[in-house]
Design a protein around this ligand. Structure first.
Ligand SMILES: [Mn+2]
Length: 387
């Protein structure tokens, strides 16, 4: 970056004339100065009250005896981002964002293990604080997040599990909270969409990141993780014309699914297409397709859309996928419009290496939430939560 790039931003005139930053860093450094600390101060006070003031030898008197907040990152109970555990799910509407796990891998057709996806994602999410430097957002100061724990899935029964997931997602979406679903294999894409769609008057669009089309009717005689969008786009208010599939490619795309997508008119964007047109243009195109005539848009993120090198812990790894910085940019751009919710699927901790796949999943969720906050879509007008 050159000194020329460090012009003061419109939002913070006059604060940056020293030429030490490029455009993004200049924005980031200035944005941090504008962020409040009120929620953090409340968290410290609560920690001291519930966790007792620290031993006399501790100089920093904000530290309690028992860890009761963000710190230390390795301590505490594993909810997502150390959000409060909401045991009474009837109260999920009191939060802007509700995290719920869908621990199910009965739809996998090769590697299993995604039943441990919610656990893996929650565990590594402890590494993250609520603040993003580049986004200039502090989630703790902007929104409330509750972790509802996991849906009671039925390991040996796909259809009963689907019914449980649909009921859970409809409950959360209907409460006004923004659902963040931790998969689970991609078979859950059908019941999650069904849960949101039944709460809408109008149509639901889907932005789908994946190496695989997932549009065939059945696989191995069941509605497996290769089939969610066939069934989702059978729903009356989930038209296939609003399904945009991003990152598709490689040697794992079943021909029956491709045929269905062609016949129904889904939109498919390969990695090369996206990279060559540019991520900004690709995101614009994806938004255009998903939002055309739609009331809301669901984001379904399969971690295997990334190159296999970055996601060892997944069911069907495929080389040639996105780089993390490409896909993160992409999800940030699509989150400049409102979303109905997000699911992150196909994270399989038993196959993971150094928790890197779970970390990618966490990062995608945090970037989506951060961008929704930055764009003013969270807290949403649907939310009942009061900060
Ligand atoms: Mn996939």
């Amino acid at each position: 970056m050159t000194d020329n790039a460090a012009e003061p931003t419109q939002h913070h005139p006059g604060t940056l004339r020293h030429g030490r930053y490029g455009v993004e860093a200049a924005y980031a450094v200035a944005a941090e100065a504008e962020l409040p600390t009120a929620a953090w101060e409340r968290e410290v006070a609560r920690g001291l009250e519930l966790g007792l003031p620290a031993a006399d030898s501790i100089g920093d008197r904000r530290i309690p005896t028992f860890s009761r907040g963000e710190l230390p990152h390795f301590a505490g109970i594993n909810t997502f981002l150390k959000a409060p555990f909401v045991e009474d799910v009837r109260r999920c509407g009191e939060y802007d964002v509700a995290v719920l796990g869908a621990p199910f891998d009965g739809g996998t057709t090769y590697r299993p293990g995604t039943r441990f996806g919610p656990q893996g994602i929650r565990k590594i999410s402890a590494l993250y604080g609520p603040y993003s430097f580049e986004l200039g957002v502090d989630l703790r100061e902007s929104i409330t997040i509750g972790d509802l724990g996991d849906i009671f899935t039925i390991p040996g029964n796909i259809e009963k599990t689907f019914d449980q997931i649909t009921k859970a997602v409809a409950h959360v979406y209907g409460s006004g909270a923004f659902p963040v679903v931790l998969g689970g294999d991609h078979s859950i894409g059908y019941p999650t969409v069904r849960g949101v769609a039944r709460q809408l008057q109008g149509n639901l669009g889907i932005i789908h990141f994946d190496r695989h089309v997932d549009t065939q009717e059945t696989d191995l005689d069941e509605r497996m993780h290769t089939t969610p969008w066939f069934h989702a786009t059978d729903l009356p208010n989930v038209p296939p014309e609003n399904l945009v599939q991003i990152g598709i490619g490689g040697w794992q795309a079943p021909r029956p699914g491709v045929k269905v997508g062609r016949e129904r008119g889904t939109t498919i964007m390969t990695v090369t297409d996206c990279v060559e047109m540019g991520i900004e243009a690709a995101a614009e195109r994806a938004l255009e397709v998903a939002w055309r005539g739609a009331e809301a848009v669901w984001l379904s993120f399969d971690v295997d859309c990334l190159d296999a090198a970055f996601v060892p812990g997944t069911g069907w790894p495929e080389p040639g996928g996105f780089l993390p910085r490409e896909v993160l940019k992409f999800v940030q751009l699509v989150s400049e419009r409102p979303l109905a919710g997000i699911e992150v699927v196909e994270c399989s901790p038993p196959y993971d290496s150094a928790e890197i796949t779970s970390l990618v999943a966490t990062r995608v969720i945090c970037d989506v939430l951060g961008c929704l906050v930055r764009a003013g879509h969270l807290p949403s007008s649907r939310s009942n939560a009061a900060l």
